[in-house]
Design a protein around this ligand. Structure first.
Ligand code: BTN
Length: 256
């Protein structure tokens, strides 16, 4: 493991590995070894990158994506900031737009953990917690100019979305911007009002949606208008034929 020479406002090391199974597992080992709040592990390649949905892999090409995990320590689980995944999404979106200014205002946060360009995903977030220790895993499609046929209709990259060739080595410049943006969002008191800022960038806000409630594979389909986000990061939908917002903590929005 080497240490990258990039700025980390959390004031902790940014570690780099060529190949890991998953940066989430490395982050857990770093936590057990007593590494501090804000430490980061990134890798050129993950053999077993995992997604939020059970059994779903996060696929990547060596150095063309940017996978990393940020380890955050809180006194206890109750101190973990609310809506952490969504707020990480907002910070990530702003950092990507700062990195590629032609994307400014064009990315969306799709509840609960994706960054989209149009209806294509360019990044995903996976938060795992053990008590007050949180591992924020982020995977960004960075320099890819094309995707395998199975992903082409639903995936994009920073390079494709911005319409530019990007040197894969620039991915650590993006990492630096993300760490700065995440720090501002989570540790700077000025960042209050996240819900309002997030809703401005929320995929399908005020539009009609189809939502599959509950665990993956559930048949419980809800049609309605996406009204926004609640204080804990829950999705608020006004189902067709109803007048009140209903809160959903688990499920998946239909793309389209
Ligand atoms: C999702 O889209 O469902 C979440 C994808 C999260 C992928 C990142 S890549 C870095 C970290 N390590 C993993 O194994 N997963 C996360």
């Amino acid at each position: 493991m080497t240490t990258l020479n990039i700025k980390n406002p959390f004031n902790a090391p940014v570690y780099h590995e060529e190949t890991v199974e998953s940066t989430m597992d490395v982050s857990r080992r770093l936590a057990s070894g007593g590494e501090p709040h804000g430490v980061v592990i990134t890798a050129d390649f993950q053999e077993k990158g995992r997604g939020r949905l059970r059994g779903r892999m996060w696929q990547m090409e060596r150095k063309m994506s940017l996978p990393f995990t940020v380890l955050l320590r809180f006194e206890c689980a109750a101190d973990i900031p609310p809506a952490l995944t969504l707020r990480t999404g907002l910070a990530l979106l702003l950092a990507v737009e700062d990195f590629a200014p032609s994307l400014a205002g064009r990315l969306k946060v799709k509840w609960p953990n994706d960054i989209l360009y149009g209806s294509k995903k360019i990044a995903g977030i996976l938060c795992e917690a053990d008590g007050g220790v949180v591992h924020i895993g982020i995977g960004i499609n960075f320099a890819q100019k094309e995707f395998p046929q199975s992903l082409a209709a639903k995936a994009s990259s920073v390079s494709l979305a911005a319409g530019i060739d990007i040197d894969p080595e620039k991915r650590f410049c993006l990492l630096e911007k993300i760490l700065s943006s995440l720090y501002e969002e989570l540790e700077n008191k000025k960042a209050d009002g996240w819900k309002c800022r997030l809703e401005q960038r929320l995929y399908k806000k005020n539009e009609n949606v189809i939502f599959i409630e509950g665990a993956a594979g559930s048949e419980n389909k809800i049609k309605g208008r996406l009204a926004g986000i609640g204080e804990s990061g829950e999705l608020l939908i006004i189902p067709d034929g109803e007048t009140e917002r209903r809160s959903f903590f688990n499920g998946e929005l239909f793309l389209g």
